[in-house]
Design a protein around this ligand. Structure first.
Ligand SMILES: [Zn+2]
Length: 375
């Protein structure tokens, strides 16, 4: 395992720095990077925004481990650090013949660059993989709290009133119902939190084309999507998604530590329109074993307050004011504790989980029925 002193520089202080490190690491290993430009937005410093894709190993491998960072923008500091650490560590240099690793660096580069969880259209990418063709949209109780989630001011009487209304809602319905109402995803309020959009976003379309280009022939696909903001500080919870069969396979690979929002064992609420749904749709013939790895940062109230503040700021506040600067610091701290102990726990947990994934995917390979047997 990589010495602790060397892992810290794998983490970055901005999207631009993270991207440069990722590209340099790929270059040093002669890995070709496929950079997909987001034409609809620019970064916080005016820079171009890209999702960068790289494959390690053979392009015709039947098993693929897919590692994704930055689905939720600002959470990308974590996943990017892990991806760069894995590359720098040469972790994938001796892959089994039939396994390749595909990394998507910065799924939502706008959010990463601007320290936002959402994309350029205020969309939560992990609620955007919905079938938008029909009229049906998942319903939640978000409409009951939207006006308090987005107060008229921040730090003044409107904010105070909204907080007391939210406190009443929690007292009446419980904290879990509140978390579900806020975060399970909503499709009615484009200016609200956890908004899933009304059509596939750039990142959604980009990602589906990456899946078709890189994974169309894969038989077994292990996915690890890196997130932050829920659960105990520095701990990486492994959260399943998908069919019962997929969930059972995740338990086979990773053990009983795996949690399931639909069974109420996770710190996450049940979600619609997840990236996992898009993968299952696009790679309908593959065996998919999907895990969200969710690294805890601060308590849920602090995290939700940071998200509400950031949403308010872009709709009603001034980014250049003192208050604006404080809100931006708060959201960054809530999703990226810039502390050595946190980064080291992200790294050691990543290391452990990737080893389980590689041995799980190898096991799946052995279990696959032999198609022809000559006697
Ligand atoms: Zn997330």
């Amino acid at each position: 395992m990589m010495p602790e002193t060397d892992i810290l520089p794998c983490f970055s202080a901005s999207y631009a720095e993270a991207r440069e490190k990722f590209l340099n690491e790929c270059k040093a290993r002669s890995l070709a990077v496929d950079s997909r430009l987001n034409p609809d937005a620019k970064g916080v410093g005016g820079e171009e925004l890209y999702a960068d894709i790289v494959r390690i190993g053979r392009s015709d491998s039947s098993s693929v481990l897919l590692l994704m960072s930055g689905t939720h923008g600002v959470e990308g500091y974590c996943g990017s650090g892990a991806q760069i650490g894995l590359l720098r560590n040469g972790f994938f240099e001796d892959l089994p013949e039939d396994l390749s690793v595909v990394m998507v660096h910065a799924m939502n580069p706008y959010g990463f660059s601007h320290d936002r969880r959402v994309n350029e259209d205020n969309i939560d990418l992990n609620r955007n993989f919905l079938n938008f063709d029909g009229p049906e949209r998942p319903q939640s109780d978000y409409s009951k709290i939207h006006e308090f989630i987005l107060p008229t001011d921040w730090g003044g009487p409107g904010h105070e009133f909204a907080n007391s209304e939210l406190a009443k809602y929690i007292e009446k319905n419980g904290i879990n119902a509140f978390q579900a109402a806020v975060s399970s995803g909503q499709y009615q309020y484009p200016d609200g939190l956890f908004y899933g959009g009304d059509k596939p976003s750039w990142s959604n379309t980009m990602f589906r084309s990456v899946l078709s280009d890189y994974l169309a022939d894969a038989q077994s696909v292990g996915v690890i999507d890196f997130h932050t903001g829920l659960g105990p500080y520095g701990y990486g919870e492994l959260i399943t998604a998908g069919s019962e069969l997929q969930k059972a396979r995740a338990v086979q690979w990773y053990g009983d530590q795996v949690t399931d929002p639909e069974a109420g064992t996770s710190t996450s609420a049940s979600l619609d329109g997840m990236v996992a749904h898009g993968i299952a749709e696009t790679l309908a013939d593959a065996q998919i074993t999907f895990i969200t790895i969710e690294f805890g940062t601060e308590d849920i109230n602090t995290v939700l307050t940071a998200l509400r503040g950031d949403n308010w700021l872009y709709l009603r506040g001034d980014l250049n004011s003192q208050l604006g600067k404080k809100i931006k610091k708060d959201i960054r701290d809530a999703f990226y504790p810039d502390k050595d102990d946190w980064k080291l726990s992200v790294w050691s947990r990543t290391h452990e989980v990737i080893e389980l994934a590689i041995s799980g995917i190898g096991q799946a390979e052995n279990d696959r029925p032999v198609r022809t047997r000559l006697t």
